[in-house]
Design a protein around this ligand. Structure first.
Ligand code: SF4
Length: 225
């Protein structure tokens, strides 16, 4: 009798022979370009949201931007990362997490068997705050509706916030990241895991093992999904 192997059975076997992570493919139909994003149940695509943001002047951050940093990755990603806002390099290139911190984030993504183009990466605010300061509450409030629409369009299975600012603005709380990292939260029915921002880890390398543990949790969650 032929027995059909489930994904969990394959994962268990690979772990047994010493392979820690199993490549978790994006959902079928994924593309890296937002322009290819499929319409959601509500009919809105990432490209429609992007076109609207390009002309946005809802808050004062618009005056200092070189580029709107919309977001990047697979519009059907199962895993979505949310940071706080673009830095200098991101503002210059128009893409989130492309500097040293971005390279560290990419390493963590690779470690769980995924590539950057498998996931989706966005920020709380889409325009660079001056001097790389954190977004002000009024700036975050003005920009958050865009992020919520991106989340609705992508419908990720899991969200990971990077740093306290992203966590606090997205969930509307004052939780300290050192207390709650690695603990699952809920965002409108989507499991959300807070971890440290890669820029913080670049300055505090001794805490990287905590992020790696959090990424293990992300991998486990996706694997069992
Ligand atoms: S930060 Fe967001 S709300 Fe403010 S101008 Fe840029 S896109 Fe608009």
């Amino acid at each position: 009798m032929t027995r059909r192997l489930t994904r969990n059975m394959v994962a268990a076997y690979l772990r047994e022979i010493g392979i820690d992570y199993v490549l978790v493919p994006p959902r079928a139909g994924g593309e890296t370009a937002a322009a290819e994003a499929p319409a959601t149940a509500g009919g809105e695509t990432l490209e429609e949201i992007r076109r609207e943001i390009l002309a946005c002047r809802r808050c004062a951050l618009c005056s200092g931007r070189s580029n709107v940093v919309f977001g990047v990755g697979n519009p059907r990603a199962r895993l979505m990362f949310v940071g706080e806002g673009p830095g200098e390099e991101e503002d210059r290139q128009g893409e989130p997490f492309v500097g040293a911190a971005g390279r560290r984030l990419t390493q963590w993504i690779h470690r769980i068997g995924l590539a950057r183009q498998d996931v989706y990466i966005a920020n709380i605010v889409k325009c660079r705050p001056p001097g790389n300061r954190a977004p002000l509450p009024e700036e975050a409030a003005a920009c958050l509706p865009y992020l919520r629409r991106q989340i609705r369009a992508i419908r990720p299975e899991v969200i990971c916030t990077l740093g306290a600012v992203a966590l606090n603005f997205l969930l509307g709380n004052n939780d300290r990241i050192t207390r709650v990292r690695g603990q699952w939260r809920d965002l409108d029915g989507i499991p959300l895991l807070p971890t440290y921002h890669p820029a913080y880890i670049l300055r505090n390398a001794t805490r990287e093992h905590e992020v790696l543990a959090d990424f293990d949790l992300l991998a486990e969650r996706i694997r069992s999904g």
